[in-house]
Design a protein around this ligand. Structure first.
Ligand code: NAD
Length: 328
């Protein structure tokens, strides 16, 4: 399709703005805009690039999984890439996701709903049951080696009860209480405060002095493995139970749903409970439970087709929640 000059300019503007916001968010841990603003602009760019693919550049923000490698840390190559997640913002988009899944599978699968922890993706490698490497996601293929820093996080087991080789993945986050205390202390010391717990967690993990990381009270929730080979599990639900048995911290609020309507009820429920949780969540991750079904669905370049993230509206907007029609 031919683009007008106005559209060409808009695409270039969005690519430049989102690149600038991405640098501030991923590299400096100091976001310039809130996530909802970023997500809305990102989606606009995605839609324009889909209609006018001739203007999608190789370095467009839509072409990367996110995360930029900082100088100062050793690189960590992910032999099995860490993917991002597709996202949905409305009930209609969630149901359309379910329709696509059903079309490929030919039936309605069970879904596991998990809280979308607003932290930083990490990957922990164990050899013969010992933690040998911890890495950030980075761009999905190359992350940063943060082993010494992760070792200071109390919930991360340094040794497993079995001498197995595993690569476990999940989220490292800063509890709300730690975030408030940290910002208060920084304010008293005349230092710049962190914009949100996610940025505080990212800043804390990227310290060259691991003593600083240790003082930041980070925690973890693990939810997957790079390769399930070493474990006898066939569903995401079993994987979570098994990871818990191995000593990893698992989020207790996951739930297996038998229909997409049940998924929606879970989302509504946690939308209301969100502010009571001791950690921040920015949505609900919905995953097809059976690994066999996941394999039939496969991946796009950036994300699995068997999962999506329902993103909550920004918390500042929660006071105007009456405006949202939950019956759609
Ligand atoms: P994402 O955060 O939207 O979703 C993918 C991530 O969810 C995974 O990588 C994983 O780390 C995390 N996750 C948490 N709980 C999970 C669970 N239970 N199961 C699976 N994954 C789980 O995508 P992204 O690519 O990490 O980051 C993009 C997002 O970052 C954007 O949507 C935007 O909100 C934010 N961002 C904001 C700015 C800004 O300026 N404010 C800039 C860049 C990016």
């Amino acid at each position: 399709m031919e683009a007008t000059q106005e559209i060409i300019d808009r695409i270039a503007y969005l690519q430049a703005e989102l690149t600038k916001y991405g640098m501030a968010y991923y590299v400096k841990d100091q976001p310039l805009v809130d996530d909802a603003t970023y997500d809305a602009l990102y989606r606009e760019l995605e839609e324009l690039e889909a209609s006018y693919p001739q203007y999608q550049t190789e370095d467009s923000p839509t072409a990367r999984v996110g995360g930029i490698i900082l100088p100062g840390f050793e690189k960590a190559i992910h032999e099995i890439p860490l993917y991002s997640l597709s996202d949905v913002f409305t009930k209609e988009e969630l149901f359309a996701f379910d329709q696509r899944v059903q079309k490929t599978l030919g039936y309605e699968p069970k879904y596991v709903c998990e809280l979308k922890i607003d932290g930083l993706s990490i990957s922990l490698t164990y050899e013969a049951g010992r933690l040998v490497r911890a890495a950030t996601r980075g761009d999905g293929t190359v992350g940063e080696n943060i082993t010494e820093n992760i070792k200071t996080v109390q919930s991360v087991p340094l040794r497993l009860p079995q001498e197995i080789d595993l690569e476990v993945r999940g989220e490292c986050y800063m509890p709300k209480a730690s975030f408030l205390a940290l910002n208060q202390k920084r304010e008293e010391e005349g230092l710049e405060t962190f914009a949100n717990p996610r940025n505080a967690a990212a800043g804390s993990l990227r310290q060259l002095d691991s003593k600083i990381t240790a003082s930041r009270n980070l925690s973890t929730f693990l939810y997957t493995l790079a390769d399930f080979g070493p474990l006898q599990v066939t569903t995401q639900e079993e994987a979570l139970v098994h990871l818990g048995e191995l000593g990893f911290r698992i989020n207790p609020e996951h739930h297996v749903c038998h229909s997409i309507e049940e998924v929606w009820s879970f989302i509504e429920d946690f939308h209301d409970k969100r502010s009571e949780l001791p950690y921040e969540i920015d949505g609900i991750v919905v995953k097809v439970n059976e690994f066999a079904a996941q394999n039939s669905l496969g991946f796009t370049v950036k994300a699995p087709r068997w999962a999506t993230a329902y993103k909550f509206p920004p918390e500042e907007a929660v006071t105007t929640i009456e405006d949202i029609d939950w019956t759609i």
